[in-house]
Design a protein around this ligand. Sequence first.
Ligand SMILES: [Zn+2]
Length: 145
Amino acid sequence: MSSWKDQLQSLTGYTSSTDASSQTKTTARGVYATDAGTLCPDCQTPLAACQCQQLAQAQRLAACDGTVRLSYETKGRKGKGVTCIRDLPLEDAALKTLCSRLKKVCGTGGSLHADGHIELQGDKRTSIEQWLQTHYPWPIQRVGG
Ligand SMILES: [Zn+2]
């Protein structure tokens, strides 16, 4: 009778955000009501339907020129430097994966920041550069100190 998609929709209360054409239908059926607990602070839309993250991602990707920038920064960190990787032309999910892979590669701690840059503890520029060059086609530019 009903497809798996309909069943999933009634379970989760929203349509896959990648299927933009079905969004108006979803609203008309009012299925948001089952999953409206948390609203996005920016657009007041239920988080399941919020587009803010996709918009931020699109803007970030549009700003990337294809060159990845690598820097070592100690400013305001009490001498404990971090290696920053900026302008990575990857979607959010892929950035998360890349961040955890780089942490393993470098054997150090690190984090992915909201603006899309990755920070790894210590001066890991050489190992990051070598690893990225063997796995991705992007030119890498060292910036700053
Ligand atoms: Zn939002």
